[in-house]
Design a protein around this ligand. Sequence first.
Ligand code: ZN
Length: 93
Amino acid sequence: MNHTHPFTRLVPERWRWAHKAFAWLAQYAWQPCPLCERPFGGHEWRDIDGKTSLIPNPASVYGHLGICPACTRAGRGHRQPVPWDLPDHFQGD
Ligand SMILES: [Zn+2]
């Protein structure tokens, strides 16, 4: 999640048509952000400035959904703890 795709580094985020075309050409997902509903490409999805690009998935106990770069930058992402994040002494056997 900390990897920024080169296309995303080179092409301004406001050029939505270019990102949409690239997602189609490179076979990345192009789908609405679960928070703001603006479509974004899978190649744009990444953590930004240490802020997470995930939110808990209401349809899954430990699952998460990716959010768009604008929501990530705004600090709207958050992770819920999952068992494999906990130190060993919290884990049952
Ligand atoms: Zn969003």
